[in-house]
Write a protein that binds this ligand. Structure first.
Ligand code: ZN
Length: 394
């Protein structure tokens, strides 16, 4: 198996390089290419792989396979030597997030005695998992503060290579099982870790680290964070959203939570009033519909199809049934559409049987008592027809 020299190990800032093509194999997406050396970072240790171009072809993925780095290209490269170019925006973003992670993890250890058990660098946000589900708000803030302090101090980030037996004697943040030569990443007087990833050359280039989300899970706390350009973009997005909200209230950003709380309270009060009014309205509607219904064999059958914005159907049905010798056959539009059948208590018909016969014919389900029954799942366009049918059975 080929051993690819990893140029990014010694120089994470190398954006262009030349290399000899060692292997080319066809691949469903294009070609699988191994070089004698590469500046392309293969996905590993929580950091995603690089993109860019190689011999004019697009790099779709970069994979670690033992000692070789496999480049997946959209087509085979031309020539025995190729020129590689790293998508620097993407790479530098990864370097900021990854170095920020070292700083944040070390800060959690120092400020809160919380160890990082895993790291994930995502396309939107990154996260570390701490070894306790009890990471408190104060601890998180203290770690964030300490991490940013180290970033402001712009401490050097140095790379060292040491034999594994020597590394075992060192005070690493997390012990390593690696054999042979081990790559160490040192943040001056703050952190020492074994890591194969790409990092910025001094902590100032991380810009800042912002904790954005805290998720408590079984036995661990997941801390989502943003560094550098991502933190800036998020701050801009937040500012825009807050400004938009503030404009709606003609207020300043800081006052938005108080305005929202006040509006919630107002809506709650208005809703209560609206419900009371809807009930009163249903009483009036019921009397009006009852008075207008023709009397037939000593009964008045009230039929009505209600729109969604109309009075509350259930209340209306009950109110009609409070009138003497009344039957209410009410249909309510909306999703789902429903039927409500009611009669004055102890009336001669069976509302439950009536609704069952109606849904058996028009689809849906229904049930209830002799005096009050509900049905649902009927096609809205057939409500009128369903009421005519129900009335014909009475
Ligand atoms: Zn690292």
């Amino acid at each position: 198996m080929t051993k690819t020299e990893r140029l990014y190990y010694r120089d994470s800032y190398l954006r262009e390089f030349e290399a000899r093509v060692v292997e080319v194999e066809p691949e469903p997406r294009g070609a699988r290419v191994v070089l004698d050396r590469t500046a392309f970072y293969p996905e590993s240790g929580g950091q995603p792989s690089d993109r860019g171009t190689l011999g004019g072809a697009s790099v779709l993925d970069v994979v670690d396979e033992a000692d070789a780095v496999i480049h997946i290209l959209d087509r085979a490269p031309v020539g025995e030597t190729v020129r590689g170019e790293i998508d620097w925006r993407r790479r530098f973003d990864h370097m900021q997030q990854h170095t920020g992670q070292h700083v944040l993890s070390a800060a959690f250890e120092r400020a809160a005695k919380l160890m990082t058990v895993s790291f994930h660098l995502g396309t939107e946000a990154s996260s570390i998992d701490l070894d306790s589900e009890r990471a408190g708000h104060g601890q998180i803030e203290a770690a964030e503060e300490a991490a940013n302090q180290v970033i402001f101090e712009d401490r050097p980030v140095r790379i060292h290579f040491r034999p594994a037996d020597e590394v075992r004697e060192l005070d690493l943040r997390k012990p390593t099982e690696r054999a042979g030569e081990v790559r160490l990443v040192e943040i001056a007087d703050f952190d020492l870790s074994a890591c194969g990833g790409t990092h910025v050359s001094s902590t100032g280039a991380v810009g800042q680290v912002l904790v954005r989300k805290v998720e408590r899970m079984k036995g661990k706390t997941r801390i989502e964070f943003l560094c550098g350009g991502r933190a800036l973009a998020a701050a801009r997005r937040d500012y825009r959203a807050l400004s938009d909200a503030a404009r709606l209230f003609s207020a300043s950003g800081e006052d938005v939570p108080a305005f929202i709380a006040r509006q919630f309270e107002e809506v709650r009060v208005l809703n209560r009033t609206r419900l009371k009014l809807m009930e009163r309205l249903a009483e009036y509607r019921a009397k009006e519909l009852y008075a207008a219904a023709a009397e037939k064999n000593g009964r008045r059958i009230v039929r009505a199809v209600l729109d969604e914005a109309d009075v509350e159907a259930k209340k209306l049905a009950h109110e009609i049934a409070r009138q003497p010798g009344a039957v209410a056959l009410i249909a309510a539009k909306g999703s789902p559409a429903g039927l409500l059948f009611a009669q004055s208590p102890g009336g001669p018909a069976d509302m439950c049987a009536l609704i069952k016969q109606t849904v058996a014919r028009f689809g849906g389900k229904g049930g209830g008592t002799r005096d009050f029954a509900l049905g649902g799942g009927i096609n809205e366009s057939r409500l009128e027809e369903a009421l005519t049918f129900a009335e014909s059975l009475m």
